[in-house]
Design a protein around this ligand. Structure first.
Ligand code: HAM
Length: 430
């Protein structure tokens, strides 16, 4: 790289800058508070894992593992992969730390970056972010119902509308093999009329044919037998119970018998939520049960269910959150600065967002700066105000000014109960 040549972010990876980052912060705060209410606890797993974890967990034949992973040999030749998703990592941690020995269902949530080398477009990135939750240790459909309830509460708290919850059951290791035999037989009859990808999938991963988006294939796929017709009695009962629990909660859903999802660990319940505003990449989130994943990774039986929200897509659908500044303090002169700094410290101690410029500027310029920062109010402090203890407070939207005393200012911005000022007692005296 030549000196002076600018370095840009890698294709498909981007910076999340203010004001958009305020929206991300808001989404994450709301998610944390909803997860807390449902007694989920945070888990943080490494971004790098042994490649084998995803090969065995997500599935050798999936698009993610065959085409999309960032995999490299470490200096000691161990093959490592940047996580393309987090469920396999959570289950690995569950096994590694023997969380199954703790009583009850282990309810964990995470948020953070995932990596898939896909073709970048709007809503699809190579580093993207997920907010997810996993409940491990029970196969009861009551867990499925509770996690879907939590998910819809979260979407509701973020005021999301215009989405659809699609639900399906993909059966279990008992009933799916028989279905796959039937599906392969039927696919063999229509294979030549399908798109090249589906011709390949007919051999390698026939279930994925059901998920094909190519328009010309749709009438052919519609004629294929549906998985829901081949569920065993236990899977059928599980799915019916779940639907009953969702109806109890008035959670609207649409059955989507062709939805198989792109990861191989799924058993029984699968779901997706799509949103109209997202265009081609319309899956806002996806999830489902993975009752055999722990055993596939060498662990004890530990049936689980979870979901992951695509946070980038979520942010696209929600749009902006208000990011204006409650108060800007304009000061003129060094003594006014010292007074303003103390006032700002007192207000900030009560969690009022205050901007205090660090360089001296004339009042006109200060008002321009405040307006660019979307300040709702500007407090003006000069020598005269300092002497009188009364300050002009400008309402920026109305362009009106009134004179306030310090107690009036605090009453307006911080409410009645003052908090003690930080003493900085934790810092050693010099
Ligand atoms: P997934 O369907 O692969 O499931 O991803 C979940 C969500 O992540 C998608 O619905 C989408 O919103 C977002 N997403 C995926 N790829 C990208 C991308 N390249 N750019 C932007 N957003 C993307 C899973 O990852 C499973 N771990 C979900 C799960 C949790 N199942 C059980 N527990």
């Amino acid at each position: 790289m030549n000196r002076g040549q600018t370095i840009r972010a890698i294709k498909g990876m981007r910076d999340i800058l203010p004001p958009e980052s305020a929206l991300w912060e808001h989404i994450e705060q709301v998610a944390r508070s909803v997860f807390r209410a449902y007694a989920y606890q945070e888990i943080r797993t490494p971004l790098l894992e042994a490649t084998d974890l995803f090969a065995r967990g997500v599935g050798q034949e999936t698009d993610i593992v065959t085409k999309e992973m960032y995999t490299f040999d470490d200096r000691d030749r161990q093959s490592l992969t940047l996580r393309p998703e987090a469920t396999a990592s959570v289950v690995r941690a569950y096994i590694e730390h023997r969380l199954h020995e703790q009583p009850g269902v282990k309810k964990l949530y995470y948020m953070g970056p995932m990596f898939r080398r896909e073709r970048p477009q709007k809503g699809r990135y190579r580093q993207f972010y997920q907010i997810g939750a996993e409940a491990i240790g029970s196969e009861s459909p009551r867990v499925d119902a509770e996690i879907l309830e939590m998910l819809l509460v979260l979407l509701g708290r973020l005021r999301l509308t215009g989405f659809t919850l699609y639900l399906n059951s993909v059966g279990c290791t008992g009933c799916r093999p028989q279905y796959l035999v039937t599906l392969r037989q039927e696919l063999a009859k229509v294979r030549d009329r399908l798109c090249p990808d589906c011709q390949r999938r007919s051999e390698t991963n026939p279930l994925r044919v059901l998920d094909c988006k190519v328009a010309a294939d749709q009438p052919i796929i519609d004629q294929l037998p549906a998985l829901s017709g081949s569920l065993c009695a236990a899977c059928r009962e599980h799915f019916e119970q779940l639907q009953g629990y969702l109806k109890d909660r008035s959670i609207p859903f649409q059955l989507q018998p062709r939805m198989v999802r792109g990861l191989d660990y799924y058993t029984r319940t699968t779901f997706e939520i799509t949103h109209g505003a997202l265009g081609a990449q319309n899956a806002l989130l996806g999830g489902g049960r993975y009752d055999g994943l722990s055993e596939a990774l060498g662990g004890p039986p530990a049936p689980g269910i979870g979901f992951s929200i695509g946070e980038d897509r979520f942010a696209l659908t929600i749009g902006a959150v208000p990011n204006d500044l409650p108060l800007y303090i304009a000061w003129m002169g060094e003594s006014a600065y010292r007074h303003a700094a103390e006032m700002a410290r007192e207000l900030r101690a009560q969690n009022v967002m205050v901007e205090l410029p660090s360089d001296p500027v004339k009042l006109k310029k200060a008002l321009e700066l405040a307006s660019r920062l979307k300040a709702r109010s500007v407090l003006i402090i000069g020598d005269k105000e300092l002497a009188e203890g009364r300050y002009p407070l400008r309402d920026m939207a109305r362009g009106e000014q009134r004179i306030v005393t310090k107690p009036e200012l605090f009453q307006q911005f911080a409410g009645p109960a003052p908090a003690p000022l930080p003493s900085f007692a934790g810092a050693k005296p010099s």
